[in-house]
Every structure is written in C-alpha cells, then in structure tokens.
Design a protein around this ligand. Sequence first.
Ligand SMILES: [Zn+2]
Ligand SMILES: [Zn+2]
Ligand SMILES: [Zn+2]
Length: 397
Amino acid sequence: MKLDVKANHDPVNGFMCRVCQICYESREGFTSYGYTTDHTYLFTSKARKFNERVSLEACRLLKRKEKLLKSLSEENNKIKRSSSTSSMFDSRLSSLFAVGSLQRIEENAVPWQPNDEATHCPICFQAFNLFGLRRHHCRLCGRVICDFDAPEIDENGIKLRQCKECVATITRYMHKTSDSNLDSFSLQICKIYKELCKEIQFVDGTLPKFNGLLELFSSNCIVTDKVKNDYHSANILRKSLSDSFVRIDKLSKKIKLITIPDDASQRHKLVNSLIHSITLYLQNHMFTLPMMPILKNNKFIFNENDKVDDKPLESTPMVSSSPSVSFAQTFFSLFKTESQSISEDDKEKLSIFEFQKNQVQNYLQDAMKSRRLDDVQSLRLSLKEIENEINRIKNKN
Ligand SMILES: [Zn+2]
Ligand SMILES: [Zn+2]
Ligand SMILES: [Zn+2]
C-alpha cells in the first residue's frame, strides 16, 4: 500500500521498517509525545528474586548459628561438669581435649576454607602474613577473614567468631521480619506512588493537547465556529488537568503525613526526593494553565502578564527551594474561595470566575488609563456578567 509521508520506523519490533500512520499510531504504547515502556515489572521481579536469595541466605546463616550455639553450650556444660569432678591434672587434659571438641563442632557446622587458599581478607583486601594480619575463620560462612573483619562476638556467654558480612545479612533479615512499621510504610508509599503514576501519565498525555490548542488562540485571530469548539475543548482539558494537579498536590501532602522513625534515614531520603520531584513536576507542568484567554464578544482577552513569551517560566510564581512549601499551594491560593459550605464542583466554577473577575478588573483599569472607551464599555459588561455568575452560584447555596 501507499505509505503516508509521515511513515516512520517501528520501535516496538526492534528493527527499522516503514509503517503507515495507522499502524504507527495503533501500536502498543503509542502516545503523541513518544514511545513509553513500563519497566516496573522487570525491576520488581528482579528485586523480588534478589530479596528471596538474600532472605534464604540469611535464614541458612541464622539456623546454622542457632544450631552451633546450642551444641557449643551443651559441650561447655559437659566440660564444666567433668572438670568439677576430676583432679587438677585431669581437668587440664580435658580442657585441652575440650578445645579440640569445640573446634570440631564449629568445623562441622560449616566447611572451613583451607588456610593456604586465602591470601587476602575478602572484606578489607589486606594480605595475610604470619606476624601481621592473621587468618581467622568466620564460624557462619567458613571463609578465612582477618581478626578485625571477623571479631569474636559474645552470644550469651559463648564467644563466636562472625564476619561483618554475615552479621549484616542476619541483622538486615531480623530487622525486616520484625519491623512491622516498614511494611506499613512500604504499603502506603507504594499505594500513593501508583496513584501518582496514574495522574502523571494522564497529565503527560493531556497537557500537550491543551498546549497545542492554546497556541491556536491569539488576540487577533478570527473566532470561527471551529475556534469556538477548540476553545470549548481546551476549557474541558484545562478543568481535568487542574483536577489532576490538585490530586497530585494532595498525594504529595499525603506522603508528608506518613510517619517515619527518626533513624530510618533511607526512608527520609526517599520521601524527601519524592516530594521534591512532585514539586518540580508541578512547577514545570502547571504554568500554561493560567495562560488560557477569556473568550468575550468573539475576541480573546489575554492577561498580559501571563502571555506566552520566550521565557514562560519567569512569569510563574517561583517556588521556594524548600520542598516543604509546595508550588501548588501558591498556585491554588490564586483560586481561593470564600465560602466553605458549597460543593466541590461549584467551588471549582467559583474559583475560575473569581480568577476571571480579577483579570477583567485589571484589563478595565488598563483600558481606562489609556482611554480606550470601547474596550471599557465591553469590559464593564463582561465584569457584570461574571459578577452575576458568581452571585448566582453563591445564592444557590
Ligand atoms: Zn500499515
Ligand atoms: Zn579484613
Ligand atoms: Zn561470614
């Protein structure tokens, strides 16, 4: 078949081939702003496998440790009993024998790595030698490790040499299984994150459409029926976008409310960077929303301050560098409503009208200053209409 001029290669199947516009747009994952792939599943399955392996290893070490401690304490008791009943000479002999039996128990728990096999400590990478760094065996993994990295740890009166890596693995495992707070934290964060992804996916798909429509409106364009239709759909998009931004802001506040223990620095870091990126996201995506012109008497009226220019970011209120002050907070203060008892939908309408009223009042002042009497008249009419609408909504409640 004849190909569209815009025909492009197909990134899904991994090779370059020309496809028609319909095939291009109907492929899985197509969006107007490019191709996206969700790698979350890949990551979680890898993370799960890794965590399972670590837990299994920790479980094995823990069981080995418990078994070892049990047989060591039994052996110790046996030695104590025999030494208390035997003579001085016998006790010395039996203690010599006891050291051997204890070591046999330890070596039975895990095969020890032969001494000559190890030239370096696997943790600090220093070379072993006869007079300096001496070889020791971790009783849990059996590797040859230096004294500093595998110290003797007192476990209820029994000294057991354990390397730092084994201790860390066991501690992490114990912490994970005992700390129920972590589970509630992960659950909360995951739930919020999923909702956040949904909102951001929506905004990423919708905002380019809204911005595209916004570019069609200019103060000197002829308002045809098509333009009116576009204006109408732009208003609908604007409403759903602002709803989505409100929800994103609420999610960010929800994250702030999650209780985290003071010593969990990683979780604090995670939460802070999440809130920070939400703030940045809102800052980078919300600024075109107030640029929506007002359509009155078949003419677009722009707020001069918010007109699209070369540096649109400068015209938006800058957020403070502290992530605790959200950009959305400053933004939504523009739409502050007076009454609390009215419904959400009316509140939204009211806030838009209040915003428009504010804008029209500014235009009116400008027009009066520059003595554009025709404009003054039409603006006064617009102001009257907006005020009527506001009163109508307020009286309804
Ligand atoms: Zn095709
Ligand atoms: Zn070492
Ligand atoms: Zn070890």
